[in-house]
Design a protein around this ligand. Structure first.
Ligand SMILES: N=CN[C@@H](CCC(=O)O)C(=O)O
Ligand SMILES: [Zn+2]
Length: 407
């Protein structure tokens, strides 16, 4: 199968030499080719350049992209899109004045989603989740990480991870699975958190490893959830199974989550709405990708991750949706990119870098996705006719994606 995209108004995120991620000032640079062509052969990018060099050999399909942009698909490195039901009632409770924390303390929040998920069959969970996955693919996502964490029993966590595995088998995009057994403390373990950690470490982890259900390990390191010591224990235990850490830190309070992540060579530390200078310093010593989740800040009306502080310190930054029923019920990366520009003062170049190559790195996919580079997967977004790429984040709430190519 050989495809030619011709007359592309602008081809975005062109990297002739492979890169792992971009950081600091380099995030403000988005290399492009104007009036371009691209050839995709058997699902891989095989050639691109200006229309002056457009090949004339025979193609199975020729797509005329006059007036439109072509770019790599979004890489969404943090989601919880496998969940059951929704938390619309809590949404209304928050409108009426309760806080996210108060709702959680009253037995709602993550525990609410866990109860519904425990009572949902694997088949029903798959059917609910696949609708969300299909929706985000149509919105331009070509790789996604999905976490467990709404099971909170061995059986229900395995159910979630098996659903993720089935999605992986049935859909053409890259899916990475993360074990988030330590997402909340189940009611039965309220006064005995250590016993729950024992269950995660001694019973859940070996089963997940045996069935090869996850590549990454996550912990909600936060006041009232799991401490730095708990996080350290889980990450240490995960090491013997080869689980790589990608953890929730600094969402509401900064308690040392960044440091424990860096200590364990976490691939990413995510949320970071609250960040201290010592956290920035710790990240500078690491290869850990900071990940911001502006959809969560928007939905909960909590601070946005201080992108400027991180980027001005020379660090990289990735953007992801956090798609979940409680704090970010949207998997729309276009909205995330737009919100990062509007609320976090990221430039369109920075936001697009953060949502493509840096997102790919935060899933270990930087060699396969995240840029227009020969040999990478031809997962592509064709936009509607636009004057410039800045119009995409500018037109917040509009869908500027015309077609998504995921082979
Ligand atoms: N913060 C922890 N976990 C999710 C939200 C969980 C929920 O409210 O269901 C998050 O990343 O925001
Ligand atoms: Zn999350």
């Amino acid at each position: 199968m050989k495809l030619l995209f011709k007359n592309i108004k602008e081809l975005l995120q062109v990297r002739n030499e492979p890169i792992k991620f971009v950081s600091g000032k380099d995030m403000g640079v988005l290399p492009t080719i104007k009036h371009a062509f691209l050839v995709a052969e058997n699902g891989l990018i095989s050639d691109f350049g200006t229309m002056d060099d457009c090949p004339s050999s025979s193609f199975d399909t020729i797509i005329d992209c006059t007036g439109k942009m072509l770019m790599p698909t979004w890489c969404d490195s943090h989601t919880h899109l496998v969940y059951a039901g929704n938390r619309e009632a809590e949404f209304v409770d928050r409108i009426n004045g309760l806080t996210y924390e108060e709702i959680a303390n009253n037995g709602g929040g993550i525990l609410n989603s866990a109860k519904v998920l425990q009572d949902t069959s694997e088949e029903a969970l798959y059917n609910q989740s696949k609708v969300r996955l299909e929706n985000i693919i149509n919105l331009g996502t070509g790789a996604v990480e999905i976490k467990s964490g709404y099971g909170l029993t061995v059986e229900a966590e395995l159910k979630m991870l098996r659903v993720i595995k089935r999605l992986k088998e049935n859909y053409p995009i890259e899916i990475k699975a993360t074990l988030l057994g330590a997402h909340a403390i189940p009611k039965e373990y309220k006064d005995n958190k250590d016993a729950y950690l024992d269950l995660v470490i001694n019973e859940l982890m070996p089963k997940v490893a045996e069935e090869n259900l996850a590549e990454y390990i996550d912990v909600f390191c936060e006041t009232g959830y799991f401490s730095v010591e708990d996080t350290n224990r889980i990450l240490q235990a995960g090491k013997q199974y080869g689980f790589i850490p990608k953890i929730h830190v600094n969402q509401f309070t900064a308690i040392g989550g960044v440091q424990v992540g860096v200590k364990h060579n976490a691939l990413s530390v995510d949320h970071l709405e609250v960040i201290r200078n010592i956290d920035v310093e710790a990240l500078k010593t690491s290869k850990t990708m900071p990940v911001a989740l502006p959809g969560c800040s928007y939905f909960l009306s909590i601070p946005y991750t201080p992108a400027r502080k991180l980027i001005n310190a020379g660090l990289p930054l990735a953007l992801a949706t956090d798609y979940n029923p409680g704090s970010a019920p949207s998997g729309n990366m276009n909205f995330v990119v737009s919100t990062a520009c509007i609320k976090m003062k990221m430039t369109p170049e920075e936001a697009i870098n953060a949502a493509t190559i840096n997102g790919a790195y935060a899933m270990g996919l930087q060699d396969k996705l995240g840029s227009i580079t020969k040999g990478k997967l031809a997962r592509l977004i064709l936009t509607k006719p636009v004057n410039s790429y800045g119009v995409m984040p500018y037109s917040f709430g509009d869908n500027m994606v015309e077609k998504v190519f995921v082979f």
